[in-house]
Design a protein around this ligand. Structure first.
Ligand code: GLN
Length: 265
């Protein structure tokens, strides 16, 4: 709804001098109906839920949520012949939004894990990736041992959080985004940050004092949906296969990596 309001902002409806123009009135009423309709669940709109602090998969271009995941879900909507809308929430609310039915598809660089599979169905993966340690050049990361007993920043609800809990064996310092964790690292409030490699690369761009480790895990991203929607899952899987095969996915990766990098300049 906010997005639509933004689009309509700047257009003012002026009453023609003299009598009311019925045609214009009808058009205004129709436009209002369209606006209201979009705010509710209807079978003609695919509702994507994401967490837009994760470049290049999802980030804000002004008010608009853009990125690789948005393009993938838009392609799914197109294949379904449906409209499309996208909303952002904190990462730990993304999967609950499809479980509760508030959204149809969750795409937020979501790693497929056995734990999450208990609550949602995953599409086929669309990227193989992993998490890395972001460290200060002055105090390099030299292995999991170097993390023990130190303050480690992670985005809440992510596989980086699980890594700290399970592999390092301690509580992490939770934040709402990789960028927020990196700000804490620069300010000296944490000693290391763990995040997925692509947002991590974006965070350390133009930061000569920071560096990235090699992968500390191997993960795959997929789209999550509520269990028991096999038709939707099939269309998502077909779309992913198509965009991989015809080069669209590779083109989006290139386009949005470049755009997200430019935002850091
Ligand atoms: N891939 C990570 C996970 O699924 C992080 C995703 C994110 O922060 N958007 O936990």
């Amino acid at each position: 709804m906010m997005q639509l309001l933004t689009i309509f902002k700047g257009k003012t409806w002026r009453r023609a001098p003299g009598k009311v123009n019925m045609k214009k009135l009808m058009m205004a009423a129709a436009a209002a109906l369209v606006l209201c309709g979009c705010a509710q669940k209807d079978d003609n709109t695919l509702r994507m839920i994401t967490e837009a602090t994760f470049p290049p998969y999802e980030f804000l271009r002004g008010q608009e949520i853009v990125g690789i995941d948005v393009e993938i879900c838009r392609a799914v909507a197109q294949k379904l012949g449906q409209g499309f809308k996208c909303e952002t929430v904190d990462f730990d609310s993304v999967i609950p939004a499809v479980v509760s039915g508030k959204a149809d598809v969750a795409a937020a660089g979501i790693t497929v894990t056995e734990d999450r599979k208990k609550n949602v169905d995953f599409s086929i993966p669309y990227v193989t990736t992993g998490i890395v340690v972001i460290y200060k050049v002055a105090e390099p990361y030299t292995g999991v041992e170097s993390l023990k007993g130190r303050r480690i920043g992670v985005q809440a609800g992510t596989t980086s959080e699980t890594f700290v809990l399970e592999q390092v064996g301690q509580e992490p310092e939770r934040s709402r985004s990789p960028a927020e964790s990196v700000a804490a690292l620069k300010a000296g409030r944490v000693d290391f940050v763990i995040a997925d490699i692509d947002p991590a690369k974006n965070c350390v761009k133009n930061e000569p004092g920071l560096a990235l480790s090699d992968f500390v895990s191997s993960e795959s991203y997929a789209i999550a949906i509520r269990k028991g929607r096999p038709e939707l899952l099939q269309v998502i899987n077909e779309t992913i296969a198509e965009i991989k095969a015809d080069g669209r996915l590779a083109a989006w990766v290139e386009q949005y990596t470049a755009e997200a990098d430019r935002l850091k300049d």
